[in-house]
Write a protein that binds this ligand. Sequence first.
Ligand SMILES: CC(=O)N[C@H]1[C@@H](OP(=O)(O)OP(=O)(O)OC[C@H]2O[C@@H](n3ccc(=O)[nH]c3=O)[C@H](O)[C@@H]2O)O[C@H](CO)[C@@H](O)[C@@H]1O[C@H](C)C(=O)N[C@@H](C)C(=O)N[C@H](CCC(=O)O)C(=O)O
Ligand SMILES: Nc1ncnc2c1ncn2[C@@H]1O[C@H](COP(=O)(O)OP(=O)(O)OP(=O)(O)O)[C@@H](O)[C@H]1O
Ligand SMILES: N[C@H](CCC[C@H](N)C(=O)O)C(=O)O
Length: 523
Amino acid sequence: MEQLVRTAGETGLQRGADRPVTGLTLDSRQVRPGDLYAALPGQRTHGARFAGDAVEGGAVAVLTDRAGTELLGDLPDGTGLVVVEDARAATARLAAVLYRHPAERLAMLGVTGTNGKTTTTMLVEAALTAAGIPTATVGTLGFRVGGEVLTGERTTVTTPEAPDLQALLAAVAGRGAEAVAMEVSSHALVLGRTEPVVYDVAGFTNLGRDHLDFHPDLEAYFEAKATLFTAEHTRRAVICLDSPAGARLAERCRRTRLPVVTTGPGGDYRAEDVRATPGGTVFDLLGPGGRVPVELSLPGEHNVSNAVLALAMVDQLGASGRVPVPDLARAAGGLARAVVPGRMQRLELPPGSPVVVVDFAHTPQAVEATLRALRAGLAGGHGRLVTAFGCGGDRDPEKRRPMGAAGARYADVVVVTDDNPRSEDPAAIRAEVLAGARAEAGPGTEVLDGGARRDALRLALELAGPDDLVAVLGKGHETGQEVAGVITPFDDAAVLTELVHAVHGSAATHGTGGGRGAATHAR
Ligand SMILES: CC(=O)N[C@H]1[C@@H](OP(=O)(O)OP(=O)(O)OC[C@H]2O[C@@H](n3ccc(=O)[nH]c3=O)[C@H](O)[C@@H]2O)O[C@H](CO)[C@@H](O)[C@@H]1O[C@H](C)C(=O)N[C@@H](C)C(=O)N[C@H](CCC(=O)O)C(=O)O
Ligand SMILES: Nc1ncnc2c1ncn2[C@@H]1O[C@H](COP(=O)(O)OP(=O)(O)OP(=O)(O)O)[C@@H](O)[C@H]1O
Ligand SMILES: N[C@H](CCC[C@H](N)C(=O)O)C(=O)O
């Protein structure tokens, strides 16, 4: 233990442990024998209150801060104790040492931004894999290596806490991964979950409205994202110019002399000749190395933005010399088969059913981007767009009205329903979304309160004819719904498939439909 603490550069060792430290956790409920328990201050409580439980569960040592020492209680003799100024940062450093700095053995690509992190990460993986570089992904969809989901290593968050992340990186390095494409959430950046990883390439998608329950304001949210684009955290930056925050961030990188390239209109990498196809989109990527034709398995302009960002990140990784990426055209070939579960997922349904799409849009910008793309693809322009969505509880309430408004701007019928209400009153959340939708709705737009999710999905299907399109947003790949602290199974794709059968009267199979644009099924 002494060596671990010393190697991590910590000086607060108060008492050694009489048994070796073999693991690290910050949750007493997940302690395994031999762990060091990091007792951290949180938003609700201080982890030091659970140090006794942790030791009972097998923890051999405790790390905490000064406030924690007041709450620890008596620890049994032989329990190690480290007291530091910033216990969260120290935990991250200890985790990296314990797992022998796995990030240094991997090419690390990190993606941040309000929307598009998962998609961009999956596209980076698809491109690197096509270029012959075994790549793992970390993010909202879990941890994957070689296309396989690593079970037992999943958390519910997008970016895992430092001990889980370091353990995971060690595991994927051990399985032969050479690169990791990962989502870096703003929560993770504020809470130091990815410390002390230095990315080879960091990508920025966009900044929109979200998470202002956690960050004090939009400026603080921007600054949280911006920390990734400093020499301390990345060697190179790739910034998408879609949102105004992109230009601001790129300018800051130039000022601080961080190597940076931009993507999107007017950027160093951009798409030209963009055309929608039945299976997704084709376009030419124009970059410093010339023109590369790209076939993308996903529809929508926003996914073109994600694809350009992903390919620019891969190209920049090649330019860094960290991992050879000899041929960008070969890497781009991977995008034709990329699958992103729960994003623009078109269900395979029998003839006579409306087209039904499941998507994970849960911000105003995402609702807008998705519905705009779907509207453009409506059958011969004469079908109607019916959408059903709500907003999660215990999350930024200020996004509810703008999400409702975005729905009313692009759809003909908006059925407002429950997402994950969590501890909040579902009807009260719906009322806010409805208010936003009704304020925006034009004379031809219907706005309805669909109530509980299953009822609302049924209503949306009942309102749609064979030429119409039903877009169910917000839960994408999720397989459960959290109401009043209880999670019950709920999978939009499965429920919709079952309801189509009931409503439109013919058998439907649940699975892929939209050719290469659709995912196999939601997790
Ligand atoms: C804001 C946030 O990230 N909170 C996370 C954080 O909570 P906290 O620090 O406030 O913890 P707390 O409840 O006060 O407890 C303090 C400490 O005591 C420990 N404890 C607590 C109880 C106990 O019995 N035993 C125990 O050891 C906790 O592990 C914690 O370290 O630590 C908890 C334990 O690890 C997490 O469960 C909790 O994340 C919750 C699940 C969460 O919902 N996080 C979301 C908001 C999140 O991180 N989202 C981002 C963004 C996604 C996106 O981009 O859309 C993500 O990366 O997923
Ligand atoms: N570049 C983009 N611009 C706007 N909206 C986007 C973009 N990319 C994806 N979206 C929308 O956002 C939704 C979520 O996409 P994705 O999962 O890739 O983002 P994310 O940033 O990982 O989200 P989260 O971290 O909250 O899970 C998609 O289903 C789509 O509706
Ligand atoms: N990572 C996002 C996902 C939101 C998904 C949506 N279904 C909801 O529950 O609000 C969050 O935790 O805010």
